[in-house]
Design a protein around this ligand. Structure first.
Ligand SMILES: Nc1ncnc2c1ncn2[C@@H]1O[C@H](COP(=O)(O)OP(=O)(O)OP(=O)(O)O)[C@@H](O)[C@H]1O
Ligand SMILES: [Mg+2]
Length: 361
């Protein structure tokens, strides 16, 4: 079912504050979608509206062919793992997992089966009698997911499910969670402000900004073809560097006060831009270090260098613009001025005023 979850022009206001303005999304059955955006952009609010814990100010939502307006949260058959995935500390693991089943007055034998099944799904078989405090953070997180899965939800909503885990556990649970999804096939919407998490786990990502969806696409779309400069600086590790190039009256371009002669193919693309200024989006792994006056390069001073194992992330200053470059070879000295030559086909151009990407590649 291609429009299993269908969100149509959903808006939410708290008093005078517009938190969501006209969100529309359609998610197929079995899909795994991430809502990605900075803190406060409205991700949790959208999830709460889908689950029925908040009411939309406008718009409507359909799940598996049923319009949800007026359907109370407990009748929606939606499993939710909240941002702080608090388990009930005074209940055992099994009792936590069966909580939603008791709410639904499920018979004892059937509920026992469901609890066993849900704990097996998250690979916590046999730990049902433990208390939450006797589990690691990652195990507690899996109990919260088992609790959401036990009701065999029509939809699984995860709000920052990995936020309480340390960096190493996060990466392994990330893989576990995706594998679990592929096994169970539950249609999943995951909220995160961590772009790496969104990109690595989801089939499709909705990038949210100020209560609206700024781009909806595959992780590759979002990385390779960000719709706006905001997305370019939000997605990627490190995010793209943004550099303003100014058209010079005598022809040619400047970066700050430095003359820059982009190679002819890039110059052609830049010439299509009508504004005096244009924002260049440069990915760290798509810039070459060259001699400072090599063709197509602009000069930049190395200000710091991070060793990442295998390669370095070099931080340059090009007349006031910060530019990060991923580099595997020998590093220049701090303070040294070298040439940075962006790979022409990979340079992203954005409108200086609107932030919208200018050219389709
Ligand atoms: N019940 C409420 N009353 C008033 N304002 C609210 C309420 N809930 C959320 N907000 C506001 O709505 C905005 C969006 O909040 P929301 O929790 O959806 O953000 P978020 O994207 O989940 O952020 P985070 O990544 O920090 O969790 C925030 O500015 C928040 O202060
Ligand atoms: Mg939130």
């Amino acid at each position: 079912m291609k429009d299993y979850l269908h969100i149509e022009e959903v808006a939410k206001r708290f008093g005078e504050t517009e938190v969501l303005n006209g969100i529309s999304l359609t998610i197929p059955k079995g899909g795994f979608v991430a809502l990605l955006g900075p803190s406060g952009c409205g991700k949790s609010t959208l999830l709460k509206i889908i689950s029925g814990l908040e009411t939309e100010t406008a718009g409507r939502i359909r799940l598996a062919g049923e319009w949800l307006a007026g359907v109370p949260a407990f009748r929606r058959d939606i499993g939710v793992v909240f941002q702080s995935y608090a388990l009930f500390p005074h209940l055992s693991v099994a009792e936590n997992v069966r909580f939603g089943l008791d709410m639904r007055h499920m018979g004892r034998a059937e509920a026992d089966d469901r609890v066993r099944e849900a704990l097996a799904l998250v690979k916590l078989d046999g730990l049902g009698d433990r208390m939450p405090r006797q589990l690691s953070g990652g195990q507690q997180q899996r109990v919260a997911i088992a609790r959401a899965l036990a009701i065999r939800p029509r939809l699984l909503l995860l709000d920052e499910p990995l936020s309480n885990l340390d960096a190493i556990l996060r990466k392994s649970v990330r893989v576990d969670l995706r594998e679990l999804h592929d096994r169970v096939g539950a249609t999943t919407v995951m909220v995160t402000h961590d772009q790496e998490e969104a990109m690595s786990m989801a089939d499709k990502v909705a990038v949210m900004h100020d209560g609206a969806i700024e781009q909806w696409g595959s992780p590759e779309d979002i990385y390779e073809r960000p719709a706006t400069a905001f997305i370019g600086t939000f997605v990627g590790n490190p995010p793209a560097s943004m550099v303003t190039a100014r058209r010079h009256l005598s022809g040619g371009w400047r970066i700050g006060d430095m003359a820059w002669a982009p190679d002819p193919a890039l110059a052609d693309r830049l010439d299509m831009v009508r504004n005096l200024d244009v924002t260049l989006g440069l990915r760290a792994e798509r810039i070459d270090l060259v001699e400072r006056d090599a063709p197509g390069a602009f000069p930049a001073e190395l200000t710091s260098s991070e060793y990442l194992g295998g390669e370095r992330l070099l931080h340059f200053l090009a007349d006031g613009h910060r530019v990060a470059v991923a580099h595997a070879g020998a590093s220049p000295e701090i303070g040294q001025v070298v040439g940075l030559r962006p790979r022409t086909a990979d340079v992203m151009l954005f409108d200086i005023n609107t932030g919208l990407r200018i050219d389709a590649r």
